[in-house]
Design a protein around this ligand. Structure first.
Ligand code: XBP
Ligand code: MG
Length: 259
């Protein structure tokens, strides 16, 4: 395990709680626009999240929960069209400021920038969704804070496959032992771990809190802030109540020296 060179962030559920009140709502709006009576309730959406990727999730929904739906002849185009409409709804909602960053995210990004620790993104979501979220929650030009943005269909296999993390590490020319990955879900942890990343920080949310995080270095309810301390669910409680670069460096040492 080397020094801390970069932080690699998942987006949905990690930078912001986007799934229930963002992506889910946008899917339903796209379905309504297309004259479909599909309704992805918060509960159903939680089950659909077992499949990452919006287009993949629509297909999974039909296979598993709506098998009698008569699929149009050009089915791939149909799914792609629905997903384009969903992305338009989602980016519009996010641009209006519908979803804030989670506690501690901005503080940690700014500390990394101050200390020359590099930043990247590894997500299955569509690239426009990433720029919409960063654009609505951080200062103008903040997309440039992220040296590499690995998103959406840039790799053929989405999380839990390791491809997106491997792609980001290749682009940054960094070994996995010099980065920390930030995730909110079991699929995300599997993806980072299978790319060789040993130091993984998980911040759970309502959809992911019951998942298996055996391979995470620490599991918390958020990254925390000085006025909003994080609670560790597994692994060490951060001494000052929040995750900062000192805590991350100590975690990296701990994962490189197995007990
Ligand atoms: C995020 C996803 C994405 C979003 C929707 O997973 O699975 O599919 O739900 O985005 P992760 P798109 O946080 O593990 O990257 O509709 O643009 O795919
Ligand atoms: Mg996520």
């Amino acid at each position: 395990m080397g020094r801390l060179e970069a932080l690699v962030f998942d987006v949905d559920g990690t930078l912001a709680d986007t799934e229930r009140d963002g992506h889910r709502v946008a899917f339903n709006r796209a379905f309504r626009d297309a004259g479909l009576d599909w309704d992805w309730t918060p509960e159903l959406y939680g089950r659909l999240l077992t499949v990452t990727g919006g287009k993949e999730r629509i297909r999974h929904y039909l296979d598993r929960y709506n098998p009698d739906f008569e699929r149009p002849a050009a089915f791939d185009d149909f799914v792609a069209g629905l997903h384009r409409a969903k992305t338009a709804h989602y980016t519009a909602m996010i641009a209006e400021g519908a979803i804030p960053l989670r506690p501690g995210v901005r503080r940690l990004l700014e500390q990394a920038r101050e200390q020359g620790v590099r930043l990247a993104i590894a997500t299955t979501t569509t690239p426009e969704n990433v720029s919409a979220l960063i654009g609505s929650t951080l200062p103008a030009g903040a997309m440039a804070w992220f040296e590499v943005v690995g998103a959406g269909d840039i790799v053929p296999s989405k999380k839990p496959a390791p491809d997106i993390y491997t792609w980001v590490l290749d682009q940054m020319q960094l070994p996995p032992g010099e980065v920390v990955a930030f995730e909110d879900s079991g699929h995300g942890v599997t993806s980072a771990r299978d790319a060789g990343i040993g130091c993984i920080v998980v911040t759970t949310n309502g959809y992911t809190e019951a998942q298996d995080f055996a391979h995470a270095s620490v599991v918390l309810d958020s990254l925390g802030d000085p006025d909003k301390p994080a609670k560790a669910i597994a692994g060490p409680q951060p001494a000052r109540g929040y995750i900062d670069l000192d805590v991350l460096r100590a975690l990296m040492v701990a994962v490189s020296v197995p007990a």
